[in-house]
Design a protein around this ligand. Structure first.
Ligand code: CMC
Length: 434
């Protein structure tokens, strides 16, 4: 394992009109090169312009390595495939947040800390009465997580490690409970309290599917599939929601407020909301007699806003390794359950058709993590509106790890600049003369 980041002896030379500037070059532990432009404005008056941050490194980070050209994803140096095979979600969360895989004592103590906090304050339950029955669970999740800050005012100091630690445990423990309650609310069933004798994933399924009127025992295959899905979603370096969490956290906003903002960012269909949008799209294609070519043509048509959901990625220009893991698991689960889901067949047909099409080949658009995840969630009986909520539960350790790393590195408030394109100074015109 090598993890050094060097200020390399290389420099980049930038010429702007009559000024020439030497800029330091930073090289990451995997050889990635970044040109440090932080002195550019003070030396030249110019800023860099990179709309949508396509080419901007916002931070140095030791959490996740991603190589989109080669389809590589590693958490703290460990390949995602290895973690998916050998770890459970809480071990993976520990790895992301604390930097090392836990020893058995550390794992036991972490699990105990999480179990200790699984219940919601009874007063929080009354929030759910205020939401309409058909409220989207992502809206509920974001609101209730934000509201945790009103209940735990004793742990809001972002510079106090003990307060941060208890907030981390509370968030990881309570997010599944908050999520399951939002589902119960939507179907008019009573909330089911967490059961601490169960594992993290078993407990979530228990809160989702058991009722006071009957027994429920989670199918071990379901638990395994859920565990895997949470692991592959656990971090993805500086994606939209993680950057949001870092951005909000950089103002020294508390962890609950920062995570609540991240949940909002994840909700969008171009990000985590793609899993819900993808299943809706696959259902539509299935109803349309499985006519995948029609939808591939629509996605290529520049006059049409339609995109193939679950396809394409800002960073992956090759197969998304998470999609490969999920597709294999999906195949296995459907076979084990002896389920023939027409959506899975449509998804496979759509993938084959798109990957043969020069539009998708030239733009390097492959299925991403959200393409097959919805098919597994359906097989587990999870309603479609809950798909992005599952993504949020999975992504939580990544958000926390980045928030923590940012504070540990003593980051300054994040504050991008802009190139102003509005009117230059104008004289005020009184209302009767406009
Ligand atoms: N269907 C059709 N065309 C596409 C698609 C798609 N799904 N994705 C990208 N393109 C085209 C796009 O129109 C553009 O074409 P052109 O060069 O002719 O203008 C080109 O490919 C590049 O696309 P872009 O929008 O500039 O790429 P981006 O990096 O800004 O966007 C993306 C990445 C993921 C938002 C985009 O691929 C997309 O909208 N995909 C569908 C939504 C989706 O599946 N999101 C989940 C992402 S993975 C989970 C997560 O981590 O969030």
């Amino acid at each position: 394992m090598t993890s050094a980041v060097s200020e390399s002896s290389k420099t980049a030379r930038l010429v702007l009109e009559d000024k020439e500037l030497e800029l330091p070059v930073v090289v990451g532990s995997e050889g990635e090169v970044g040109i440090d432009i932080s002195s550019l404005r003070s030396q030249t008056g110019a800023i860099t312009l990179d709309e949508a941050y396509v080419n901007t490194g916002s931070t140095r980070s030791a959490i996740t390595f991603l190589n989109g050209e080669d389809g590589v994803l590693r958490y703290r140096g460990y390949p995602i495939e290895t973690l998916a095979e050998h770890c459970d979600f809480l071990e993976t969360a520990y790895l992301l947040i604390y930097g090392e895989l836990p020893t058995s004592d550390q794992a036991a103590s972490f699990r105990e800390d999480i179990r200790h906090h699984t219940m919601l304050h009874e007063d929080m339950k009354s929030f759910y009465n205020g939401f309409p029955r058909d409220a989207h669970p992502m809206g509920i999740l974001s609101s209730v997580v934000g509201a945790l800050s009103t209940f735990y005012q004793d742990s809001m100091d972002v510079h106090d490690p003990d307060q941060v630690e208890v907030s981390i445990h509370r968030l990881i423990a309570k997010l599944p409970t908050i999520a399951a309650y939002s589902h119960k609310k939507s179907i008019g069933q009573p909330f089911v309290y967490p059961k601490n004798s169960l594992s993290y994933c078993e407990n979530f399924l228990h809160m989702m599917f058991s009722t006071p009127a009957g027994d429920y025992e989670a199918d071990p295959d379901f638990v395994e599939a859920l565990n895997l899905l949470l692991i592959v979603h656990a971090d993805h370096e500086q994606n939209c929601s993680t950057s949001t969490v870092r951005m909000v956290g950089s103002s020294n906003a508390n962890l609950f407020a920062s995570i609540s903002a991240g949940i909002g960012a994840l909700w969008g269909p171009l990000h985590g909301g793609a899993n819900e949008a993808c299943v809706n799209m696959l259902e539509q294609i299935t109803r349309d007699n499985g006519n995948v070519q029609k939808y591939v043509d629509m996605a290529k048509d520049k006059q049409n806003n339609f995109r193939l959901m679950g396809f394409g990625h800002r960073v992956y220009k090759n197969r998304d390794p998470r999609a490969t893991i999920i597709k294999t698991s999906c195949d296995k689960l459907l076979q084990k359950l002896d389920l023939k889901d027409p959506l899975f067949e449509v998804a496979q047909k759509l993938e084959e058709t798109a990957l043969r099409d020069s539009y998708f080949v030239e733009r390097k658009l492959y299925p991403n993590v959200d393409f097959y995840s919805g098919v597994i969630y359906r097989a587990l009986g999870i309603p479609v509106q809950m798909f992005t909520v599952l993504f949020a539960i999975g992504r939580l350790p990544g958000w926390i790890a980045h928030w923590k790393e940012m504070h540990a590195d003593g980051s300054r408030i994040n504050r991008p600049r802009q190139i102003y394109t509005g009117p230059t100074r104008r004289d005020f015109v009184p209302v009767d003369q406009r």
